[in-house]
Design a protein around this ligand. Structure first.
Ligand SMILES: O=C[C@H](O)[C@H](O)[C@H](O)COP(=O)(O)O
Length: 244
């Protein structure tokens, strides 16, 4: 790992800690982003060396599906299985209640579908993602149907957001895996995230938003001082209870 940056190393450490909870025979949700990808790669390595067996995966984006395919991880098609045992995913901002903002990579809709179908969701991140209040550090990504999207942008502005249409590196409108657009909504610190989530869900044309409230069961945070494993409602560091 000679040229691995410090942040990248923390992301990998958090992801590999979470993979210790994957057991043989599980159906696993593969998250999207530069942190979750380390979990996908580690699962692939463990499958290859035989430390894990009979794991099947469900991908949260086209990008992670391609990566998992290239690594030889057995993948389910897009038909949702009856249950996903464990999903490991990243986040952009994490508050003390373990509520999240997600969607920096544009995968929020599929990620929320997979998270809501999962028995357990472990979020992995470096400690730069921690925040006292959602919205302090990151805009809320809102996925909108391209049809009439300007109306949704105006609606979001009435909720107090500074709204920006997300563009790709070439400056073109970014399209999600569903062909939708992303509006990045800068609200500043959000006093009542549940109320905002209700307002976002109430509007036609808004397909999904990046507030993930009450969804994460565990958050694994890697920092210079080591790994912290936080559990919803459980507060502090938890013991390791990985693969037997
Ligand atoms: O849409 C992308 C996802 O929500 C990512 O999990 C999130 O943006 C965190 O990504 P990263 O690990 O690259 O910071």
């Amino acid at each position: 790992m000679g040229d691995e940056t410090a942040t990248s190393m923390l992301k990998r450490q958090a992801a590999e800690h979470a993979v210790a909870f994957v057991q043989s025979g599980m159906t696993v949700g593969l998250g999207t982003g530069s942190t979750a990808i380390f979990a996908t790669r580690h699962i692939a390595a463990l499958l290859q060396e035989g430390a894990l067996r009979e794991v099947v995966a469900f991908a949260t984006s086209v990008a992670v599906r391609r990566e998992a395919e290239s690594l030889g991880i057995p993948l389910l098609a897009d038909d949702m299985p009856r249950a996903i045992d464990l999903t490991i995913d990243g986040a952009d901002e994490i508050d003390p209640r373990l509520d999240l903002i997600k969607g920096g990579g544009g995968a929020l809709l599929r990620e929320k579908i997979v998270a809501e179908a999962s028995r357990r969701v472990i979020i992995v991140a470096d400690d730069g993602k921690l925040s006292p209040c959602l919205g302090t550090r990151w805009p809320v990504p809102v996925e909108v149907l391209p049809y009439g999207w300007q109306s949704q942008a105006r609606y979001l502005a009435t909720l107090g957001a500074e709204v920006a249409l997300r563009r790709d590196a070439a400056g073109a409108e970014l399209r999600t895996d569903q062909g939708n657009l992303i509006l990045d909504c800068r609200f500043g610190p959000i006093a009542d995230a549940a109320d905002l989530a209700r307002s976002l869900a109430a509007r036609a044309g808004i397909m999904e938003h990046g507030l993930f409230l009450g969804i994460a069961h565990d958050v694994v945070i890697a920092g210079c001082d080591g790994i912290r494993h936080l559990r919803r409602g459980g507060g502090g560091a938890a013991g390791l209870e990985g693969r037997p």
